[in-house]
Design a protein around this ligand. Sequence first.
Ligand code: FAD
Length: 358
Amino acid sequence: MSPALVAVDVAVLGAGQGGLAAAHHLARAGLARGHGYVVLDAEDAPGGAWRHRWPTLTMARVNGVHDLPGLSMRQALGPVDPGAPAARVVPAYFAAYEDALGRPVRRPLRVREVRAAGPRLLVATDGPSFAARAVLNATGTWRRPFRPYYPGAGDFLGRQLHTADYRGPAEFAGQHVVVVGGGVSAVQHLEELSAVATTTWVTRTEPVFLEPDAAGGLDVRARREAVARVAERVAAGRPPGSVVSATGLVLTPELAALRAAGVLVRRPPFARVLAHGVRWADGAEQGADAILWATGFRPVLDHLRPLHLREPGGGILVEGTRAVREPRLHLVGYGPSASTVGASRAAREAVREVLAGR
Ligand code: FAD
């Protein structure tokens, strides 16, 4: 084996919720850092995608960050200020977690590709390569913002940005912003923007508002059903879609107030983008200074292309977390497990399976 090729039992790709939870379970099972397992992450510091969330997304407004196994956020950081930005708090938690694990993450190291090489999977990075018996992929979605095609989008003379680029409402003061998207991010953007700007809300389908449960969140049964619907899509070899789009929006007091103020009046998709606004099929037009595409993210899986995992429907078939077409690969945080709680559970399941097959 060449010196730049490191033999390792398990390679974990990504150091977000899924990757760190996997590292915990691997370490607990007795695998040594280095030749037992490695965690490879493209970021230059801890935090996964949370490092990049917009600064006005506070801990009070996230959907809830599930504790990583073995060390809760409270144990790591003490009481957390609900007004503190998630982009600061969660990376601080992950940094403490990595310290407690003995700093297993190698970064910044971007995985370029994973391919089969005899009995092992070869993980090529922009540094060393790794020959792994098993790969746990936990590369999230943040690096693949999705923007749907709309005719004329290239003609717009105002600003177009995606949720991934949004940094808060201040820069839109006094403007008119068209917000496209029906998920939690879209309504949070509308809530912030409507305090300083006028807005138009565009969604593909009529939004479904759900009454909150006693704890103010999404009813457990509704969440389970939504996760099951995403799991069904994955099982049929289709792209997963988001869990939120399969549930609906919880009508929190903030959303109820926004609705009462007339901000959450939804318009259907427009037919084309103009130089200074958008036009619907019936000829109605809306002038706009900016279009904010809150249209979601897709799984970051480009580096897995050499494994030819895609089904004709565009998705990847998995059984539990194991890829059907490449059983040495597990997908953590993919489809039904694309949440902090889901990624933590998927990591545990993936590690159990990998260790059972040794
Ligand atoms: P990430 O946290 O995205 O970590 C993936 C890591 O892999 C990153 O560090 C990335 O740099 C790295 N990586 C990617 N590609 C490569 C590569 N080729 N080589 C090396 N490293 C790579 N879920 C909740 O439960 N609660 C919430 O409040 C919540 N809010 C959300 C808000 C937004 C705007 C979004 C988009 C998602 C939200 N989610 C939330 C979903 C949640 O963030 C994720 O499901 C979960 O945190 C993802 O963890 P992860 O480990 O899969 O990915």
